[in-house]
Design a protein around this ligand. Structure first.
Ligand code: ADP
Length: 277
């Protein structure tokens, strides 16, 4: 990089310093400094930081977990895949043989239109219309994932764990959302907020709320090596999925399971401890 660049200013000299490894600043620091100096617009900064964050994120942090993958057994056939597309609003449906660990391809909604238009009574077997699935390790770096999507010209990948089992699904949209924020498409239904404040000063939180976000929102300091969500954390504490009505004390709060089933905690009631007078 040329020091005598005509664009030289706070931001550019920071970049020059960065590339020369002079002042130990990170590129993030340079971007924030440029915002302070008015050299970058505040709208652009979250996107720039988002791009840089991709290299610190892993697929398992963004993917839709295995339990939420909308997929269909190859034996269920054409009609079932059409029903899932219409009812669930996803345009790509993974197809498995027997169970979710054996995904054999992906059916794309667009590929069904020609078949439906042909008016032919006999519908093809799903194996004839599905496309190959892209499998990637769940611990793949999200920046590399983005490059892989672009290189392979694919928009969806199946994440697998170290034993080759299906652990989740990730699409190009999940990666792009890390840069530009949530993208609501025409078919998205509004999800309830993961933290809801109730009129009596208590809160309702989703079992899927990440520990990091929980700590940020409530000033807590929960940590786990094993799990990422508060629902997972309470399962870890109990050694099983806790039942509705069970309570847990964490510093400053009591947490009560509001909604859960055999497999997961869905909603938790958070009550701040009464302050000593
Ligand atoms: P679509 O519009 O077909 O749902 P996108 O790539 O826009 O596909 O993805 C939107 C969101 O839906 C993403 O979070 C993605 O992970 C999720 N998603 C896409 N396909 C499926 C599927 N078959 N099952 C579960 N989630 C899916």
């Amino acid at each position: 990089m040329d020091d005598s660049s005509p664009q030289e200013g706070g931001f550019w000299s920071s970049l020059v310093s960065l590339f020369k490894n002079k002042n130990g600043h990170t590129l993030e620091d340079a971007i924030r400094e440029a915002l302070r100096d008015g050299e970058l617009k505040s709208d652009d900064v979250p996107m720039l930081l988002g791009v840089l964050r991709l290299q610190r994120l892993y697929v398992h942090e963004l993917m839709v977990p295995r339990t939420d993958i909308v997929c269909c057994d190859v034996a269920d056939g054409f009609q079932e895949v059409c029903r899932l597309i219409v009812e669930e609003g996803h345009s790509r449906i993974p197809i498995y043989e027997g169970d979710k660990d054996s995904i054999v391809g992906i059916v794309h909604a667009k590929d069904l239109l020609g078949i439906l238009l042909s008016g032919c009574e006999a519908k093809p077997d799903l194996t004839q219309i599905m496309r190959p699935a892209l499998f990637i390790p769940e611990n793949k770096n999200v920046r590399d994932m983005l490059h892989e999507f672009l290189k392979r010209r694919q928009h969806l990948a199946i994440a697998v764990d170290e034993y080759g089992g299906t652990s989740g699904l990730i699409t190009l949209e999940d990666v792009i959302e890390e840069i530009v924020g949530d993208i609501e498409d025409e078919h998205d239904t509004e999800e309830p907020a993961e933290i809801q404040s109730l009129p009596d000063g208590t809160h309702l939180i989703s079992g899927r709320l990440e520990l990091e976000e929980m700590n940020e929102a409530f000033g807590a300091s929960l940590a786990s090596e094993q799990v990422e969500t508060i629902g997972g954390y309470l399962c870890e504490l109990s050694g099983r999925v806790p039942r509705i009505g069970e309570s847990f004390a964490i510093p400053g709060f009591s947490l009560t399971i509001k909604e859960a089933d055999k497999k997961q905690v869905r909603w938790i009631h958070v009550k701040p401890d009464a302050k000593d007078a």
